[in-house]
Design a protein around this ligand. Structure first.
Ligand SMILES: Cc1cc2nc3c(=O)[nH]c(=O)nc-3n(C[C@H](O)[C@H](O)[C@H](O)COP(=O)(O)OP(=O)(O)OC[C@H]3O[C@@H](n4cnc5c(N)ncnc54)[C@H](O)[C@@H]3O)c2cc1C
Ligand code: SF4
Length: 456
């Protein structure tokens, strides 16, 4: 789609070969020798802290031991039986605050075992060779609808199909994958999401219907009538607004839309990017929007966050990476006004902030104008509850803006489960969504088995 130029927002700021280098795999895979050396650093701890720190509880010492003996099939089975999206997680997990953050080798050598890289080494061949590691149980005759083909929905669908249930996955987008396909930074997962999904669907028993959104023609009440169980893995489809004057100006965009367009672009050279970009926010989305703007050739990228560095949602490693890519960070500042000339965005006025004695965030009154052709808003995603409406007095309860679930991921509606970002409460990370989907599937399977196998 060609877009009318706005301010100084233009495509092709860098040569195609430079763009290709900028978006190349950020963490190239280990070869066998490097993997064996990395594996040898593991102490195979008893009650290993790295396993406790992994939301999916992968048996890390076990898979590393198998790598050390060249048993890649065993290593991959260890990983993927705990985390069916272990290929993606090897690339996108913030390991510095999960498994590697808790590795005991931090204490004696200030360097953890490279668990993420080893996980990738152990699993890459599975997708390349389309290796079958799991078999589907005999058909149970039970049917489950999964809404949302993101990590939570896919993990749930795979575990249910493996248990013998027939699963139909509905997704509003044109492709499955959720934020793996439309959100995660392009340089973390180049060309990987759909390969992993193809492999995952190879278990059989899963039908994916894309371009079908819950709400309207596809109602929750209907799904509950047509299926034995429903799993909701709809993520957070809405975004918070700045609620500032000038927010509807051309050049002011949601960072998630910018990133989704980038992830789907047939060519990075055709993607328009501002010359001077200001990103508002302090989480993953803000960092990814800022770094990818730089990689597309923006001359200056400034990330504005209203609190200090330690309060940012992005990890310290991600912050340092953004700075190494030339992203300038302004802490303790919040946007107050989007400034334009003749309807064209020219800047963002920010006000510096501080905490008062009660820890409340206050403006200092000290303001500054940051020049900008493009402003990317990344101040949080929210659940869109309208499509989830129940029927009559059957209400899907929410808690703190997300779907309320019990420890088995059951919602307030009978035979409806939910997991992933749409339930929240823990980490909004791929690995947590996978764990939620997996645990919900086990609960659904348990309930369906109590009802007995139905003749197909
Ligand atoms: C920009 C960005 C970068 C990120 N980077 C990382 C990272 O590096 N590492 C990491 O671990 N995590 C990262 N995350 C977080 C991670 O992507 C999410 O936690 C994870 O994808 C949540 O999975 P999910 O299945 O719950 O939801 P999603 O991935 O959001 O999937 C939800 C799916 O539901 C579908 N859907 C929504 N509404 C409807 C409807 N009404 N009807 C039908 N379908 C619907 C959507 O189309 C989507 O496919 C990032 C998030 C963002 C936004
Ligand atoms: S904590 Fe580190 S050394 Fe111990 S088992 Fe895990 S990876 Fe190996």
């Amino acid at each position: 789609m060609s877009r009318k130029p706005i301010g100084d927002i233009a495509a092709g700021r860098l040569a195609p070969d430079q763009l290709a280098r900028n978006f190349d795999d950020i963490a190239p895979p280990l070869d066998r020798q490097a993997a064996l050396l990395a594996a040898q650093r593991c102490y195979y701890c008893y009650d290993a802290p790295c396993v406790q720190a992994c939301p999916t509880g992968i048996d890390i010492p076990s898979f590393i031991r198998r790598i050390a003996t060249d048993n890649l099939r065993g290593a991959a089975t260890d990983i993927l039986s705990a985390n069916i999206l272990g290929g993606t997680c090897a690339r996108v997990c913030p390991t510095e605050v999960l498994c590697e953050g808790d590795c005991v080798r931090n204490a004696d050598s200030a360097k953890p075992v490279e668990i993420g890289a080893l996980q990738r080494y152990a699993t890459d061949w599975v997708f390349r060779d389309d290796a079958r590691l799991f078999e589907r149980a005999p058909d149970s005759g039970r049917r489950v609808a999964v809404v949302g083909a993101g990590p939570a929905g896919l993990a749930c669908a795979h575990a249910l199909a493996r248990a013998g249930h027939s699963v139909t996955v509905y997704d509003a987008h044109d492709k499955p994958g959720g934020l793996n396909e439309y959100g995660i930074a392009a340089y973390k997962v180049p060309g990987f999401a759909q390969r992993e999904i193809d492999w995952l669907l190879g278990i059989g028993g899963i039908r994916v219907e894309c371009g079908k959104a819950l709400g309207g023609a596809l109602g929750l009440a209907q799904l509950r009538r047509d299926f034995d169980a429903v799993f909701l893995g709809v993520g957070l489809a809405g975004v918070n607004a700045l609620e500032l004057e000038g927010e509807s100006l051309p050049g002011v965009r949601n960072a998630v839309d910018f990133i989704a367009e980038l992830r789907q672009a047939p060519s990075f050279a055709a993607l328009p990017v501002g010359r001077r970009v200001v990103v508002i926010g302090g989480g993953n989305t803000a960092i990814d929007a800022a770094v990818q703007s730089r990689k597309l050739g923006a001359e200056s990228v400034t990330l504005v966050y209203r609190r200090g560095r330690e309060a940012m949602g992005a990890t310290r490693v991600e912050q340092e990476f953004a700075q190494s890519e030339g992203v300038h960070m302004v802490h303790w500042a919040q946007p107050r006004r989007l400034v334009s000339t003749d309807g064209v965005l020219t800047g963002v006025e920010v006000e510096y902030t501080q905490l008062d004695e009660q820890g409340r965030l206050l403006g200092t009154g000290d303001r500054e104008l940051l020049a900008a052709d493009s402003v990317l808003k990344a101040i949080g995603q929210v659940l869109v509850p309208a499509p989830l409406a129940g029927e009559g007095n059957q209400v899907l309860e929410l808690a703190r803006g997300r779907i309320a679930v019990n420890a088995q991921f059951q919602t307030s509606l009978d035979a409806v489960w939910a997991g992933g970002d749409c339930v929240g409460g823990k980490l909004d990370l791929t690995v947590q969504a996978v764990e939620d989907g997996k645990r919900a599937a086990h609960s659904i399977d348990h309930v369906l088995r109590q009802r007995g196998v139905r003749a197909a």
